[in-house]
Design a protein around this ligand. Structure first.
Ligand SMILES: [Zn+2]
Length: 238
């Protein structure tokens, strides 16, 4: 008789334990959802409500396209890319030194005005900006116009693409700066451009081959790709 009663109690006990576990699980789940919502709202608050500097004094120039403002903010010039200068064990790229020297002359100790596009910071938390000098000229455009950098469009930041491309075409026509001094080791018979990313590749590059056929554009020369505002792939370095 005693034994039977124990067996009868078993399902009740199991049910009690399961419910308890279920309740704990629900509490954990609720806490996780709350934390996710909290961090999402904090991130979006930072992204949308953050007040970004509109002017600032340049106190340090890192390289052709990066500098530091008096308040410590690091700024990356938007819509362009400059060749890398040698850094620690990295050898740097052709015209990297020259681009840095040019940017120092152009920007150091200047009070600049910053204009933003749709994405305001990159993954290194640097400000992404079009930078205007006291004369009203845009530093990004001057650097490209003189051949110390090239157009690099990262969608959706495309506000001044046309203006920067006009400057680049003039530099290419006049064979200035890096266009005169830097030639690739090997020219290809053609290049593959991606109409979505504005990047171009060597024909053998696996990243070029991954381009969906509706986004492919081909160029017969590097110069043609640059003329259309496409930037070289970082992997295959065309
Ligand atoms: Zn590539």
């Amino acid at each position: 008789m005693k034994l039977t009663r124990k067996w009868q109690l078993l399902p009740v006990m199991m049910d009690f334990c399961l419910r308890r576990k279920f309740n704990i699980n629900m509490k954990i789940k609720k806490a996780i959802v709350f934390l996710i919502l909290l961090s999402v709202s904090l991130i979006s608050y930072r992204a949308f409500c953050e007040e970004l500097p509109e002017v600032g004094k340049v106190v340090w120039v890192d390289d052709g396209d990066t500098f530091v403002l008096e308040d410590g903010e690091k700024v990356r010039l938007l819509g362009i890319n400059c060749p890398e200068k040698p850094h620690k064990d990295k050898p740097g790229e052709c015209f990297g030194y020259e681009a840095t020297r040019f940017a120092i002359k152009l920007l150091k100790r200047k009070k600049v005005r910053l204009e933003y596009d749709r994405i305001k910071r990159d993954r290194y938390h640097r400000l992404l900006a079009y930078v205007f000098l006291p004369s009203g000229e845009m530093a990004n455009a001057i650097i490209v116009r003189k051949g110390f950098g090239y157009v690099l469009t990262v969608p959706p930041n495309k506000k001044y693409r046309a203006r920067l491309l006009r400057a680049q075409r003039l530099a290419l026509d006049e064979n200035l700066g890096m266009w005169k001094h830097c030639k690739p080791e090997k020219e290809e018979y053609y290049y593959i451009g991606n109409l979505r990313s504005y990047i171009f590749h060597r024909p053998s590059c696996k990243f070029g081959k991954m381009t969906s056929s509706k986004n492919v554009i081909t160029f017969s020369t590097r110069k043609q790709a640059f003329y259309q505002g496409f930037a070289p792939c970082r992997r295959c370095k065309p």
